[in-house]
Design a protein around this ligand. Structure first.
Ligand SMILES: [Zn+2]
Length: 158
């Protein structure tokens, strides 16, 4: 699967013209504010998989100011709450890799014991096919996840 970082180059694109997250949103936008956006990842194996993308070029977590970092953490927690309420997953995974883009971003992924890679990361070797019935139920639940994420962030930031 290609659940990882967009772009196919093996070096970070640091100028906006060639940067995939400057050129496009990266997916359907569920929330956007001055600092960050939350986008639907569009990973067929993982309904509700979303990415929180820092809007500006910030490569490392420690480059964020304290205010920015607080905003980010609150946004991540709000997204996690929305995914938990929507899917009741066995686990939420939050991952930040960002080896190929100059934007700090976080993958927020509802995980289930019967999903294709559990308990390994979603980028690991595939272990199983999920049950069609379970997967269909999660796809159905995902229809409301964008609104749930938006509501959670609106509540968080008022
Ligand atoms: Zn960029």
């Amino acid at each position: 699967m290609n659940a990882g970082t967009p772009g196919s180059a093996d070096a970070v694109s640091r100028d906006a013209a060639s940067c995939v997250f400057c050129a496009q949103e990266g997916g359907t936008v569920w929330w956007r504010d001055a600092w960050l956006r939350v986008i639907e990842a569009g990973e067929p194996d993982y309904p509700g998989f979303c990415r929180l993308v820092w809007n500006a070029h910030v490569t490392e977590f420690s480059d964020l100011s304290n205010d920015e970092r607080e905003h980010l953490i609150r946004a991540l927690a709000a997204v996690e709450r929305a995914l938990r309420a929507t899917f009741n997953p066995d686990k939420i995974n939050i991952a930040s890799l960002g080896n190929l883009v100059a934007h700090q971003h976080w993958h927020v992924i509802p995980r289930f014991a019967d999903d294709p890679h559990f308990p390994a990361p979603v980028w690991a070797a595939r272990r199983r096919e999920p049950s069609a019935r379970q997967h269909a139920a999660r796809v159905a639940a995902a229809a409301g996840v964008g609104a749930a994420v938006r509501d959670a962030l609106q509540r968080e930031f008022g």
